[in-house]
Every structure is written in structure tokens, then in C-alpha cells.
Write a protein that binds this ligand. Sequence first.
Ligand SMILES: Nc1ncnc2c1ncn2[C@@H]1O[C@H](COP(=O)(O)OP(=O)(O)OP(=O)(O)O)[C@@H](O)[C@H]1O
Ligand SMILES: [Mg+2]
Length: 236
Amino acid sequence: MPANPYLQVSGLCKHYGEGEARVSVLHDVSCAVGAGEICVLLGPSGSGKSTFLNLVGGLEAADAGSITVGGTELTALTPKQLGEYRRDKLGFVFQFYNLVPDLTIRENIEVTAHLSANPLAIDNLLRSLGLYEHRAKFPRQVSGGQQQRCAIGRALVKNPGLLLCDEPTGALDYQTSKEILELMETVNRDFGCTIVIVTHNDAIKHMAHRVLRLRDGQLVENVANAERMRARDLTW
Ligand SMILES: Nc1ncnc2c1ncn2[C@@H]1O[C@H](COP(=O)(O)OP(=O)(O)OP(=O)(O)O)[C@@H](O)[C@H]1O
Ligand SMILES: [Mg+2]
């Protein structure tokens, strides 16, 4: 257990479907991620990683168990409060970016800044993301890696306590994946946000403070790394 948990999950259960179609997706998952830590969540396809992230992100409701983020117990929130939690405390990065095609790179980030009470300065953020020169382009005019940087910027501009990333490098080549991971490392260091990265790629675990692994909806590994590697030194 981390000394100062920011995310705490206890006895989490989730199923989909009913009767013969019923699939149990998460069984009794309990874990915690310390404030300011990077957590890498591994597991084969179908093991429940995205489901876990969606529950922690307040996008879906659990059957049983509790999820506490920065002292707030999600299961106790009304739908309105859950919306505020997502808006104020959470950044979510999707595998396929989900940018708005008719907005420029800067505008895609600006949209979320407007929703936030305490947004970061957009131009500084664009510079840290290496997107300042591309700010007036539309998503289709930039590379996949730049689109993913923009999606990360959109999540970060809110200055969230928790950044959840579902396969953030899943659609990217080796070099670009490493750049995105280096960016996550920088963001963790400079903004202090707690980060959960879901991935299939075992090599990424070496940059984490904590490694979790799901298999068939059960947590089969939960370890703190004694030593971490820098993202730029990872190889696979
Ligand atoms: N909305 C849904 N309705 C029914 N079953 C679902 C639903 N969402 C997910 N599942 C099932 O739950 C299980 C876990 O899915 P999940 O998306 O969490 O896996 P994952 O670990 O993220 O896999 P991947 O690595 O392929 O993204 C799978 O068997 C999936 O088919
Ligand atoms: Mg998934």
C-alpha cells in the first residue's frame, strides 16, 4: 500500500449482461495508487483494464465496492456531483484521441479549459507539448503522435489530480510512443498529477512507481517498483 494514496479501490466488482449472457468482468479488485505516482496497469485483451478505468473515471457504475479519488468516494456521489468530479478532478486520454475535427489543435484544448475552474495557461501547455507551432492546424493536418499530444493536452489543461490513459501509445510507432511516455513522465514530475496508464506493453512497467496486472478480471500483481527507468531508456 502506498503511504499517501490518491486513488483507493476496494472490493470492486462489475459484470455486463444478464442470464446466460452475463459476464463477470471485475471480481473483488482492491488496490491503491499513491499521490503523484505513475501506475501502469497491464493485462491481456479482455482482462478488464478499460472497464477498471471507466469505473475510476466515473463513466460507468460499479456493482459493488468503493472507489475513492482524492478523498471523494465516487459511489456516494449524485449524477450531478459525478459530472463535477469528471470535470474538475479528472483527465481522460483515449486510445484514438477523440479530437474534434473542425477545431484547431489550440481550440481542442481550449474547449476543456473553458469547463475548468482552474485551467493551465494554454500557450505554455502548447509549448510543453511541442504543439505551439502546430496550434492553428486541424487534427487531420498533424501526425498521430501530435494528435495524441493534443488529446493529452486537452486532459491536462484542467490541471486534474488524476490522469487516466487508456492505451495512450496503442496506435503509435515505437519512437512516437516513447515521446508520449516521456511527456507523461514530465507531466507527472511538473504538475504532480497521479497517472494511471493502461497498456498491453510490459516494457512500460519499468517507468512506473506501481505496477498492477489484471487477468480475467482479477488483480494478479500489485507491486511498487524499487527502481524506475526513465521513459527514454525503455526498449521493446
Ligand atoms: N459494454 C459491454 N457489454 C458487454 N460486455 C462488455 C462490455 N464492455 C466490455 N465487455 C466485456 O468485458 C471484458 C473486459 O473488457 P475490457 O474492455 O475491460 O477489456 P480490456 O482489458 O480493456 O481489453 P483490451 O486490451 O482488448 O482493450 C471483455 O470480455 C469484454 O468483452
Ligand atoms: Mg481496453
